[in-house]
Ligand binder design. Structure first.
Ligand code: ZN
Length: 266
């Protein structure tokens, strides 16, 4: 359903996506924290990190709880990191941008929102624990597969994404192999896996562009220097939402038919 046809539906959707973003931000930052602490991240109740008191519904409202409790735990007064508030606002804004750029309410929009949430989780895991957690990568892959039935031009879509994944990851694996054979440090396998999944979302052309911009961000922009995942994630999401899916699939269709004709000759 197109987003901007009826203005009140557009306004309602935008407000709702901001709220969803803030709620899912507290869920995903909590999940990332629990993964790093080696805790059960599904069944355990939320609790204060300092006093261990179980948190109630009123402690878990995104943004409002933080502002009303002035950034402190209701039970022990311990400071709640400002990042909790910032991540909620950030994911709220990211959700709004993703929805507006997508321009219609459908399964692919929902998929992109879930990806944005997982990107935040995997980034926090790397920032805090210096690990690229494969659980997030698996979840991203599962969501990509789950959304396939809703993608237009499925065959072309899969061809483009798989070609992107094979070519670009093949390239990075070769670089990694050469570096290792010279006794230097290769690329982390988790990083290559993460790039592979991001490429499944972007396809070939946007994939090359997002990797170039992502590595540039990582090497030039100060907040992105210490870690690699946030830079790649920001860049990937930006290209994924801004490019039209037509851009690469039509061009690629030309290549595939040309290749098919070429094979038929022999
Ligand atoms: Zn407390």
């Amino acid at each position: 359903m197109p987003l901007f046809e009826v203005s009140y539906i557009a306004a309602f959707t935008i407000i709702l996506s901001f709220i969803f973003g803030t709620v899912l931000a507290s869920f995903i930052t909590c999940t990332a924290g629990r993964i790093l602490a080696g805790m059960d991240w599904i069944n355990e109740h939320s609790h204060c990190d300092t006093c261990g008191h179980q948190l109630g519904v009123f402690d878990l409202f995104p943004i409002f709880s933080y502002v009303l409790l002035k950034g402190k735990c209701r039970y022990c007064g311990a400071k709640v990191p400002i990042r909790c508030l910032l991540s909620e606002v950030l994911l709220g804004i990211v959700f709004v941008i993703v929805v507006i750029l997508h321009g219609s309410i459908d399964a692919v929009m929902a998929r992109n929102l879930l990806l944005a949430m997982l990107m935040m989780g995997i980034s926090f895991c790397e920032i805090d624990g210096k690990i690229i957690h494969e659980g997030f990568i698996t979840a991203m892959l599962a969501i990509w597969i789950g959304a396939l039935p809703f993608v237009p031009d499925l065959k072309l879509y899969i061809a483009d994404k798989v070609i992107a994944c094979t070519l670009i990851c093949g390239f990075f694996m070769t670089i990694s192999y050469v570096r290792k054979s010279k006794g230097k440090e290769g690329l982390k396998p988790e990083l290559i896996k993460l790039m592979a999944v991001y490429l499944l979302y972007t396809g070939l052309y946007a994939g090359i562009a997002f990797l170039a911009v992502g590595f540039l961000l990582h090497s030039l922009v100060k907040p992105f220097k210490k870690t690699i995942v946030p830079a790649l994630s920001v860049s990937c999401l930006a290209f994924m939402c801004c490019m039209t899916d037509r851009m690469d699939t039509t061009a690629l269709y030309g290549y595939i038919t040309a290749l098919a004709d070429y094979i038929k000759v022999f």
